[in-house]
Design a protein around this ligand. Structure first.
Ligand code: ATP
Length: 436
């Protein structure tokens, strides 16, 4: 039964080293989080699962890594300086601040309950502005990127020239983005500093709708393949008044979060908006020339865009479960093996010196291929439950018989079943159980 209680997951994350509130020893820094030893591993696994599907398994998408800092020209061209705003209102009664477009009732303050106490909405630009270099004048203004996408558009010609791609092809990127959100909320769901995974897929304009539908299906399947239950996911097309300034059609992959259905990922048809804008502002052509037909055109763009950190919350919420094993309630994170921080835990039955060398040898062997935890303290039952709680799919136990028969016990997180396996076939057995 996946969690409906956000607090349970937040507590587990703090306790076990997935996510900590940032700058905690100084009282915290609002809406900023640090990812601990398990969290850092899981973030990496989420990125890798995305890159595996979006780049590695395809022959039409390349990966780049563009700068976070950019000159104002990029954001003038993209429309972010003028349009990347949220409507902000203040409650004159209780002095709280809200994003008008996210309020269920635009007249009543959700905090104090008073009606008609809001100020007129002001458009608030979400970009973080800074200065590059020692002099803080207008000429030194720079922005932290609010999305990774523009890195792909400004490098469109570079990628075309250096890789000899032709549409349909994609440019993908994973990296940090920054938005000065008015109302960061729901733990790591909406933060000011976050990480995105975006892919701009460039297609001949006539094929744009076909590819949009293709990517909606592909992206939904990605979540299902990573074990998210189908009844926690849906695809929702935006109403025309919800569309971003560049979009002619967007669908969101939505997830049933504890507070209701909410956006996990957006799949947008950006048309030729970005290439046209950058072409006008930079004076560069940013076209594709098709030598076969002797035609020059601006490709249309389909963009699947998702937050790594938002997915982090999603996967944990989908995986969180409690069940009863041997009359005891246990907490278990049923994370897909690709996402779990540790794939295997190596557990010598006792801390006795006699078991340690063999246990360390097994750990080293498995570590060549997998991230492995090693734990030799406390009773074995407690150690299994610790691993269940952090989502480790397999435990390998080394006992005194192992010294004689060269075999170890593999225990499965989900079924709690145990089987005995010769050490020499352990790597193969673990691989077939994990699926990689
Ligand atoms: P919203 O309307 O919720 O502010 P958005 O629709 O503007 O978000 P996009 O610009 O489409 O979001 O960003 C693409 C993806 O990046 C989102 O689907 C989400 O997964 C992630 N994302 C956007 N903003 C944040 C944030 N502040 N914190 C964490 N993830 C974010």
């Amino acid at each position: 039964m996946p969690a409906t209680d956000l607090d349970q997951v937040v507590n587990l994350c703090k306790r076990r080293g997935y996510v900590y509130p940032s700058a905690e020893i100084y009282g915290g820094f609002r809406s900023t989080y640090d990812y601990g030893p398990l969290g850092a591993l899981m973030l990496r696994n989420i990125r890798e699962a995305w890159i595996h599907s979006m780049v590695q398994m395809r022959d039409d998408v390349v990966l780049i890594d563009a700068a976070v800092l950019g000159p104002p020209q990029i954001w003038e061209a993209s429309g972010h300086l003028a349009n990347f705003t949220d409507p902000l209102v203040d409650c004159t009664n209780c002095k709280t601040r809200w994003r008008l477009d996210k309020l269920d009732d635009p007249n009543t303050c959700p905090n104090c309950g008073k009606q008609g106490t809001f100020t007129e909405p002001r458009q608030f630009n979400l970009m973080f502005k800074t200065h590059a270099g020692p002099i803080e004048d207008e000429g030194a203004v720079a922005y932290l990127r609010p999305e990774t996408a523009q890195g792909m558009f400004v490098n469109f010609s570079n990628v075309l020239n250096s890789t000899r791609r032709k549409p349909p092809f994609g440019i993908a990127q994973v990296g940090k983005s920054f938005r000065n959100e008015i109302t960061p909320q729901n733990w790591i769901f909406r933060t000011r500093e976050f990480e995105q995974m975006e892919m701009e897929y460039f297609v001949p304009p006539a094929d744009s709708l076909k590819w949009y539908e293709y990517w909606c299906t592909e992206r939904m399947n990605w979540y299902l393949d990573l074990g998210v239950p189908a009844d926690m996911l849906r695809l929702r097309a935006h109403d025309p008044d919800e569309l971003s300034h560049y979009s002619s059609g967007t669908s969101d992959v939505e997830f049933r979060f504890p507070w209701g259905w909410d956006e996990a990922e957006g799949i947008a048809q950006r048309g030729d908006y970005d290439l046209t804008q950058h072409s006008i502002h930079s004076g560069e052509k940013l076209d594709y020339f098709d030598q076969a037909t002797n035609e020059r055109y601006k490709p249309y763009v389909i963009e699947p865009a998702v937050g790594v950190t938002r997915l982090f919350a999603l996967f944990l919420l989908a995986a969180y479960d409690e069940d009863v094993v041997n009359d005891e309630t246990r907490t278990v994170l049923r994370l897909h093996p690709r996402l779990a921080p540790y794939k295997v835990a190596v557990l010598p039955l006792s801390k006795k010196d006699t078991l340690t060398p063999l246990a360390q040898q097994v750990r080293k062997q498995l570590s060549q291929r997998y991230m492995v935890d090693y734990d030799e303290t406390q009773a074995i039952g407690r150690r299994y439950r610790r691993q269940d709680e952090i989502g480790t799919p397999l435990c390998v136990t080394i006992d005194f018989d192992s010294l004689d028969d060269g075999a170890v016990t593999i225990r499965d997180r989900d079924t709690t079943e145990q089987v005995r396996v010769p050490i020499e076939s352990l790597l193969g057995e673990v691989g077939s159980r994990l699926g990689f």
